[in-house]
Design a protein around this ligand. Sequence first.
Ligand code: FUL
Length: 419
Amino acid sequence: MHSLKATPEQLAWQADRMGVFFHFGINTFHGKEWSDGTLPAQSFNPTELDAEQWVRTAKEAGAKYVVLTTKHHDGFCLWPTALTEYSVASSPWKDGKGDVVAEVAAACRKLGVKLGLYLSPWDRNAECYADSKAYDEFYLGQLRELCSNYGQLHELWFDGAGSEGHEYDWARIAALIEELQPGAMVFNMGRPTIRWVGNEDGLAADPVEYVVEQTDFSNYTVVTTKLEEALYLPPECDVSIRPGWFWHADQEPKTLEHLLAIYYRSVGLGANLLLNLPPDTRGLLPEEDVRRVREFGAEVTRRFGSPLPAAVRELGKGRWELDFGEPVTIDHLLLAEDLSDGQRVRGHRVLSDDGLLAAGKTIGSQRIHAFPAATVQRLTVELEAVDGARLAAVDGFRTGAESIPEVAYLAPTDYPEDH
Ligand code: FUL
C-alpha cells in the first residue's frame, strides 16, 4: 500500500535529519510560556531583531530547516494578518510595519535553509474560537496568508496543546495545504505526514517505527489517537535548548553533553531532531546559546563528518561486509537503510572477528552506535529484515568518545496553571 511507503518529500525531510524551532512572540516580553491572549500587543518590541542571526545559528547547529511560531496559543501573530488586530501590526516594532515571518523567510532564502511555520490551532485571543465553524474560517484565512505569502514551506506544525475537545475542519485544512503547499510536511494533526515522538525531551527509543497505526497528540497531556489506517509517519523529536520554549532571563542553555545525548537518541535512532532556540527581547539568540550550538554543530561534524575509507559489499541473505582494507581502530558505526521501498529492517547485529560489536533494532534514516575502541579490519552486518532490505550506508569512525552520553532527563516543561 502506498501509504506504507515514504513519499519523495518524506524521504527528503528524513534526509534533512535536523531542524531548529524558534519560539518567539508576545510571551517573550513577559517571561511566560503560555499567555491567555490579553497581553497588550504594545509590549511586543524587539530592539535589535536580526532573523539572519537566528537562521545562521540554526545552520551552524547543523539544521537544514527551521520552524517559526507564527502564532502561539495566545493568538498574537508575528505577521500583519488581516484576520485579527492582535499582531505585530499593533505593536511599536517598526511602527507596526514589521513582519517577523517575512524576515525569517528572507533569511532562510538568503542562507539556503528551508522554512517551516507553526500556527497554533488553539487561539485564546480570537473571540470566534468558541464557535468552531466561525473559527475554521478564521484559521483557514490565517493559514492561507501563511501558505501564500512566504514562498515554499517545508513543514507546517500543528500543535495539539489546548485543543482537546475542539473540532477543526481538518479536511479543508488539508485541501488548502494540498492546493498551496503540497510539498510541506504536516506535523501530527489533521492529515499528518510526520508525527510527534511523544515527549518534549527530544528522545526517541529503539525501535523507531515509521509505519504506525496511532499517534500521540498534545504535549502537556499525551493523548493517543488511533489513525484510520496505518501510515508512514516518521517522528520528529522536539526539545528546547533551555528549560522553557520561550526565552526567560533566568534560564540557561543545556550542556554540550546533554545536546549530544539528545542527538544520539534522535538523529542517531532514525528520527528527526527539532531543537528549539528561543530569541530574547532584543530579537536575538542569546550569545551563550549561540556559543553552545556552535560547539554542538562542530562536535557532530568532528565525530561524523569524515568516515574512515572502506568498501561495502552485499554478501546476500541480509548480510553486508564493511572492509577497511587494513586494521583500523573505531569507536562508532553509522548505518543507514535505503528507505525508498519502505522501512524493512527490524533488527541488526554488527560482528567483527572478535564477536558482537553492536546490535539494535531500527536502522532507518540513520543509526549510530558507540562502543569502546576496537581494532578491526572487516565487519559483517546481519539484518533481520523483510525481503529486499538494503543498506544505504555503513561507516566507521574514530572519535575518541566511546559511549553515548547519559541524558539528564528534565522535569516536564512547567506550563502555567492558568491553562
Ligand atoms: C506544546 C506547547 O504547549 C508549548 O508551548 C510548545 O509550543 C511546544 C512545542 O508544544 O504543545
